[in-house]
Design a protein around this ligand. Structure first.
Ligand SMILES: Nc1ncnc2c1ncn2[C@@H]1O[C@H](COP(=O)(O)OP(=O)(O)OP(=O)(O)O)[C@@H](O)[C@H]1O
Ligand SMILES: C[C@@](O)(CCO)CC(=O)[O-]
Ligand SMILES: [Mg+2]
Length: 387
C-alpha cells in the first residue's frame, strides 16, 4: 500500500523569533512543497527493513526491523492518536546509532531530520517494514520552513496509513484532511519540529498544515483573509544556518537583557498586528493600495531593525537590503535569519524592467532569486497511481 503526502513551505511576513517568546507573527504558505511517499511492505516483498531515502541530500538509511525494536522498544505500543514527545535519552541513543551510517560532515544537520523521521514513523505506524522517499522543492535550512514541511508531510502520510484519521481516498487527486485530523497531524508535526528545532513556536508546522495566511500567537492560530495582492521576491543568500542555534541564541540574549528584549518582542507584537490588519482591510483605488504598501514597507523595515537587535541578521542579509534599497525597495529576513532567505516587497505598480534589474544585481552577488505564489493549500495526500 502506498500513500503520498505533500506539505508547503512558508514565509514569515512579520514576527519571527518574537513568536517563540509569545508575540504574534504573520505567516503564509508558499507554492513550494516537500513530498513524502510511504510504501508499506507486503508479505510477498519478503523485505523486513525500514528504508528512508532522502533525495535532496542523496542519503539512504536502512534498518532491519529488529534494529528498530532495539532502538525504539516502545514502538510496539504505538498510539497514532496521541502525539508523544521524544525524550532526550532516546534522541541521544538514535544519534549514536546513526554513527553507523557515516553521514558526511557537510550533511550532519540531516541527523536531526532522521531522528524526527524515526520518532514519527515508529510512534504512528509501529515497527512495520516500509520504503519511505522524501523530496523537496524547498531549499533546506534557508528559512522557508523546510523542517516543518518535512515533519508535516511525514505526519500526513503516516497518519493516512494509520487507523487514526479518516481520509476519503475515493476522491480523485490530492485530498485534504478534515479539521480534526489536521489538528492531529499538526500535533505530530510539532513533535518532529521539537526534535529539529529545540524550541519551536509551532507557527511553521501550523501554516504548513492549514496553508493560506495565518496570524499565530502562543499556539493559537487565526486565519487571515488578505484583501491585497502581496508579491514578494524571495532571495536565498545561500548562507547556511541552523534554526535551532539561532533560536537558542535569541533566548540567551533574552536571559542577559530581559527588560530590553521583552520590549523588543512587544514592539514586534504591534508590528505583526498592524501588518495583519492592513492586509485584511479593503482598498478600492490605486492610491489606497499604494498607501497600504507604504505602511507595509515601514513595518518590514522596523521588523528587520528589531531582528538585528535580536542578533539574527547577517552580512549577506545586509547586502540584500542595500541592493534592493538602491531600487527604493524594502526587504526583511524571513524565518530564523543568520543567512537564509530575505523577502522584498514588490509593489503592485513596479515595472517588470525594475524587477529584472534588481534580480540580476542580486544574482551577480551570488544569491538566488525566486518569486513564489503566496497562500495556497496546506497538507494534502493521495494514494499513488492517481493523478
Ligand atoms: N527534504 C528534506 N530531507 C531531509 N531532511 C530535511 C528535509 N527538509 C528539512 N530537513 C531537516 O530540517 C533541517 C533544516 O531545518 P531548519 O529548521 O534548520 O531550516 P528551515 O526549516 O529550512 O528554516 P526555518 O526554520 O528558518 O524556516 C535539515 O537540516 C534536516 O534535518
Ligand atoms: C525563528 C522562528 O520564529 C521561525 C522559523 O521559521 C522559530 C519558530 O517560530 O519556531
Ligand atoms: Mg525549520
Amino acid at each position: 500500500m502506498e500513500v503520498r503526502a505533500r506539505a508547503p513551505g512558508k514565509i514569515i511576513l512579520a514576527g519571527e523569533h518574537a513568536v517563540v517568546h509569545g508575540s504574534a507573527a504573520v505567516a503564509a504558505s508558499i507554492g513550494l512543497y516537500t513530498s513524502v511517499s510511504v510504501r508499506l511492505s507486503s508479505p510477498n516483498d519478503n523485505d523486513d527493513t525500514l528504508t528512508l531515502h532522502l533525495m535532496d541530500v542523496d542519503l539512504e538509511f536502512s534498518w532491519p526491523i529488529g534494529r528498530i525494536k532495539e532502538m525504539l522498544p516502545d514502538s510496539v505500543n504505538n498510539d497514532a492518536s496521541s502525539p508523544a514527545t521524544c525524550c532526550e535519552e532516546t534522541t541521544k541513543f538514535i544519534l549514536t546509532a546513526l554513527k553507523d551510517f557515516k553521514i558526511p560532515d557537510a550533511k550532519i544537520g540531516i541527523a536531526s531530520g532522521v531522528i524526527a523521521f524515526l520518532w514519527l514513523y515508529t510512534s504512528i505506524l509501529g515497527n512495520k517494514a516500509a520504503k519511505v522517499i522524501v523530496s523537496s522543492e524547498l531549499p533546506l535550512g534557508a528559512g522557508l520552513g523546510s523542517s516543518a514541511a518535512f515533519c508535516v508531510s511525514l505526519s500526513g502520510a503516516l497518519l493516512a496509513l494509520s487507523d487514526s484519521v479518516q481520509v476519503d481516498f475515493d476522491q480523485e487527486g490530492w485530498v485534504s484532511f478534515g479539521e480534526k485530523d489536521q489538528q492531529l497531524a499538526n500535533r505530530w508535526a510539532f513533535e518532529g519540529e521539537k526534535i529539529i528545532h529545540g524550541k519551536p513556536s509551532g507557527i511553521d508546522n501550523t501554516v504548513s498544515i492549514f496553508g493560506n495566511m495565518i496570524k499565530f500567537k502562543s499556539g493559537v492560530l487565526t486565519c487571515i483573509k488578505s484583501n491585497m495582492t502581496l508579491k514578494m521576491l524571495i532571495t536565498n543568500t545561500k548562507v547556511g544556518r541552523n534554526t535551532k542555534a539561532l533560536v537558542a541564541g535569541v533566548s540567551e540574549r533574552k536571559n542577559r537583557h530581559p527588560d530590553a528584549m521583552t520590549s523588543v518582542f512587544t514592539a514586534v507584537e504591534f508590528i505583526s498586528n498592524e501588518f495583519a490588519s492592513i492586509i485584511q482591510s479593503t482598498s478600492c483605488s490605486d492610491d489606497e493600495v499604494v498607501e497600504k504598501e507604504h505602511r507595509i514597507r515601514e513595518l518590514m523595515e522596523m521588523n528587520q531593525g528589531l531582528l538585528q537587535c535580536m542578533g539574527v541578521s547577517h552580512a549577506s542579509i545586509e547586502t540584500v537590503l542595500q541592493t534592493t534599497c538602491k531600487y527604493q525597495l524594502t526587504s526583511k529576513l524571513t524565518g530564523a535569519g543568520g543567512g537564509g532567505c530575505v523577502l522584498t516587497l514588490l509593489p503592485a505598480l513596479l515595472s517588470a524592467t525594475v524587477i529584472d534589474k534588481v534580480i540580476r544585481e542580486l544574482e551577480q552577488c551570488g544569491f538566488q532569486c525566486l518569486i513564489a505564489e503566496i497562500g495556497g493549500n496546506g497538507l494534502e495526500c493521495r494514494f499513488d497511481g492517481r493523478s
